[in-house]
Design a protein around this ligand. Structure first.
Ligand code: NAP
Length: 318
């Protein structure tokens, strides 16, 4: 039997509808949530990401501003930009698009963002709040994975959850969120021994390694839930053949297009898992969704009257 597909696009649409209502409510109370994006230089991938974030703001009725300092910007100039945004009362969320050029001290810039406006959830204060289980702004990708699990009614409490990857932006916050939701969590990384056996014990497996098709179908416990965070662009035909041999339609598409997006989990796992996020169309759409949710949440926490916050909807409440 093939797994239930956990459709990230459908969940995004659900959350967007809730956020639209909340933005309408906030705006009618005189608070239009606003996101400011800082995009340095002309990295085409970054330009594309920022463009979709601004488009999402427009779709939801959020105000947005785009600042585009040149690639030659210095750390001090970037700090000044962030300080201005920290002071601007109309800005609820500050997004510094990564990567920054090598001459800029990225850590210093991210730490200069007011934690109340840290909609990426990268600030140490945000991470500290997450560790101690206090409300705050949570990194978008792991927050999105939790939304997928909750809205798909996957039982988390008491489940054995295995997180593959321990990065600050995905693996670590993901493990903390699952732990706070009362899962029993194992965190794996590149030095972990007997990875297949650990994954075989998982009721929920979250893969965030950046290794195409690494988690094999027979590592997945039959019926388990698999959340595949990985996004790997495959261009090598023999690699595509190896990964997609049981998916002729996708292989055909690869042959036409010359590339294909593959997760960290082997596509064959769809025949072992009970539920699985597809790549693309699973976790991917949730990252921007949770950025929007965090911006609305930041506006509510920072500026909204108690009356508005009492009637807020569910999407940005978590
Ligand atoms: P990262 O910073 O490179 O971290 C990768 C993690 O995987 C590290 O902790 C590393 O272990 C671990 N790892 C590497 N090889 C391993 C192995 N053989 N066995 C077990 N663990 C291994 O990556 P990231 O930023 O967390 O991103 C991970 C993936 O998610 C990437 O494909 C990225 O593109 C994707 N991603 C997707 C979205 C989305 O919106 N869908 C958002 C963010 C990231 P060590 O710590 O020991 O090195």
């Amino acid at each position: 039997m093939t797994a239930r597909i956990l459709d990230g696009l459908k969940i995004r649409d659900e959350i967007f509808a809730e956020l639209k209502d909340e933005v309408r409510l906030l705006t009618s109370a005189g608070v239009q949530p606003g996101l400011a994006a800082v995009l340095v230089g002309d990295n085409s991938a970054s330009q594309l990401y920022v463009k979709s974030k601004i488009a999402a703001c427009e779709q939801l009725g959020l105000a947005s501003a785009l600042l585009t300092p040149p690639a030659s910007v210095t750390t001090l100039e970037m700090l000044a930009i962030v300080e201005d945004l920290n002071r601007d009362n109309n800005v609820d969320g500050i997004l510094v698009q990564l990567p920054l050029p090598p001459q800029v001290d990225a850590k210093r810039i991210l730490e200069a963002v007011d934690p109340a406006k840290d909609v990426d959830g990268f600030h140490p204060v945000s991470l500290g709040r997450l560790v101690s289980g206090r409300p705050g702004l949570v990194a978008c990708t792991p927050a999105g994975c939790m939304e997928i699990l909750r809205r798909s009614n996957i039982p988390i409490e008491g489940a054995n959850a295995v997180v593959l990857g321990r990065s600050d932006i995905v693996g670590k916050p993901m493990a903390l969120l699952l732990m706070h939701a009362n899962a029993t969590v194992t965190i794996c990384h590149s030095k972990t021994r007997d990875l297949p056996d650990i994954v075989r014990r998982a009721d929920i497996a979250v893969a965030a390694m950046g290794k195409a098709g690494f988690v094999q179908a027979d590592w997945v416990k039959p019926g388990a839930t698999v959340i595949d965070v990985g996004t790997n662009t495959i261009k090598d035909p023999s690699e595509a053949e190896r990964l997609l041999r049981n998916f002729p339609a996708r292989l055909e598409k690869f042959r036409t297009k010359g590339s294909v997006l593959i997760g960290d989990v082997h596509p064959d796992a769809v025949n072992t898992a009970g539920a699985i996020t597809p790549v693309p169309g699973g976790v991917g759409p949730m990252t921007i969704t949770m950025l929007m949710s965090n911006t609305v949440k930041a506006a509510r926490l920072r500026r909204a009257s108690p009356r508005v916050s009492a009637t807020q909807s569910t999407a940005s409440a978590r």
